[in-house]
Ligand binder design. Structure first.
Ligand code: RET
Length: 380
């Protein structure tokens, strides 16, 4: 006759086999739930974890909360932008792009999507979370979706800041280039299992130092020419952004790189940073520039393509006085025009004066429409 003990053991093993056949596996190495596929239902049930160290229901809950905050602030900034006069919304629209991109990323993270299992370089054993020393190699989820988000949002964040400084276009482009090198370097490093990951990490950190230099030195110098209020707003935003950005590689070193902290802690660390660096930072920045004369930023559509074949060099598509076309629904005072003193006439050219051209008497880094009809320029 079977003893009570062996009956229980038999029933347990039968239940385990049944659960395994149903696709539900229990891994005794992760009693906190990271690899208990489907136990909690929801996103982790629909999208099972892929690595030994992976998201748990708690991490997923936190990510849903962050998703809600980011999406709500995106909708808020959209409404804020719509409430402003046409032609003065560029900074709000950049904010909307950042927040909606991040919402998609956080939806994916909370659903445990956009990740792949990568062998860790360092196997860590931490209490009840990593108990089985026999697992080697050992994998950790790397959420590449995070890096896709950053490839879109960090250049936009830099634009949001640098377009307020009058920094020459070339300097803005090189800063964004190194930003992409930084993010892509971080992504490749995270996907590399060997110690070579630290080579990519080091390169990405050097790129970050270059970006910080551009933000704090040339861009700040350039912002000074925009007036005291503009340089004050820029400097505080640039310092906050640079300080926050230096915490990202710290998290990378502890999570994707060093496998020191759990994936849930990683989600909290990056998540807090992302919520501060995106919604909080953007709202703070938009608020601090709200009273600055938008015209100072010189964000006119003064590009060559705007001129078409008009013999006089006048803008074809926005010259409402001549063509009767109406581009604006609502106008801020001065939002669409270059003040008379800022519209140098360069006889015989195509209407454009290069950045900082000598003799224009204007700020460096500006693109001017050189035409008598200065009011034809459209703000963006
Ligand atoms: C990585 C790892 C490689 C080294 C460095 C990194 C820096 C990342 C940064 C990300 C900023 C993201 C933001 C997102 C918000 O939209 C890629 C983590 C230096 C600075 C601000």
């Amino acid at each position: 006759m079977l003893s009570a003990r062996s009956t229980v053991a038999y029933l347990l093993s039968a239940a385990t086999v049944a659960l395994a056949q149903a696709g539900v596996t229990y891994d005794q190495n992760y009693p906190l739930g990271g690899s208990i596929n489907g136990e909690y239902g929801g996103a982790l049930s629909a999208n099972p974890t892929v690595a030994n160290a992976d998201l748990t229901h708690r991490g997923s809950d936190w990510l849903w909360a962050a998703f809600a905050v980011i999406l709500a602030s995106g909708i808020g900034v959209l409404a804020w932008g719509l409430s402003r006069p046409v032609g003065t919304r560029a900074f709000h629209w950049i904010g909307v792009m950042i927040l909606f991109t991040a919402s998609v990323a956080y939806f994916s993270l909370a659903s445990d999507l956009g990740a792949t299992a990568v062998y860790v370089e360092f196997v860590r054993y931490r209490g009840d979370l990593f108990t089985n020393r026999a697992i080697n190699p050992y994998t950790r989820s790397i959420w590449y979706v995070r890096y896709i988000d950053w490839c879109v949002t960090t250049p936009l964040l830099l634009l949001e800041l640098l377009l307020t400084t009058g920094l020459p276009l070339g300097d803005i482009i090189i800063t964004i280039f190194f930003d992409l090198i930084m993010i892509i370097g971080g992504l490749i490093g995270a996907l590399v299992p060997s110690s070579y990951k630290w080579g990519y990490f080091t390169g990405a950190c050097v790129a970050e130092i270059f970006i910080t230099y551009m933000l704090l030195v040339p861009a700040r110098k350039s912002a000074k020419a925009m007036g005291p209020e503009a340089v004050r707003a820029y400097t505080s935003s640039a310092i906050v952004l640079s300080a926050l950005w230096f915490l990202y590689p710290v998290c990378w070193g502890l999570a994707d790189g060093g496998n020191v902290i759990s994936t849930d802690s990683e989600m909290i660390f990056y998540g807090v940073l992302d919520v501060i660096a995106k919604p909080c930072f953007l709202i703070y920045h938009l608020f601090s520039i709200r009273n600055i004369d938008y015209q100072k930023y010189q964000l006119q559509s003064g590009h060559y393509s705007a001129y078409g074949s008009a013999p006089t060099g006048d803008l074809l598509h926005v010259n409402e006085n001549r063509t009767g076309m109406q581009m604006h629904e609502k106008r801020a005072p001065g939002a669409h025009s270059v003040p008379a003193g800022n519209a140098p006439v360069a006889a015989g050219n195509n209407g454009l004066t290069p950045h900082g051209a000598a003799g224009t008497g204007t700020l460096p880094g500006q693109m001017h429409v050189a035409n008598n009809r200065a009011s034809d320029v459209t703000a963006v």
